[in-house]
Ligand binder design. Structure first.
Ligand code: SF4
Ligand code: SF4
Length: 85
């Protein structure tokens, strides 16, 4: 899994994701969480778990061997049940 996006309309600016991210991928900017170093994401999904508004979108990371051995991000990861925005 890897962080894909943060919905600015859902983000309430609490800063929990930026505070808890162990790889410093997320920063707060003008009151919203922003992904600044996506390549450093270590797939821990802590950001998704701490987000109270389900603003963080996580996807599965699958290595796909293709021309040039490029890595593609595929398959949306279903949101955990029971969380409320
Ligand atoms: S999945 Fe982990 S490393 Fe990646 S952005 Fe979220 S908290 Fe940071
Ligand atoms: S935890 Fe969620 S609501 Fe809080 S700053 Fe991060 S994305 Fe926004």
């Amino acid at each position: 899994m890897v962080i894909k996006s943060i919905d600015p309309y859902r983000c309430n600016g609490c800063g929990e994701c930026a505070l808890e991210c162990p790889a410093d991928v997320i920063r707060m900017s003008t009151g919203k969480a922003t992904i600044v170093y996506p390549e450093d994401c270590c797939d821990c999904i802590i950001c998704e778990h701490v987000c109270p508004t389900r603003a963080v979108e996580i996807v599965l990371r699958r290595s796909v061997k293709s021309m040039g051995g490029r890595i593609f991000t595929l398959t949306p990861f279903p949101k955990a049940q029971g969380k409320t925005p």
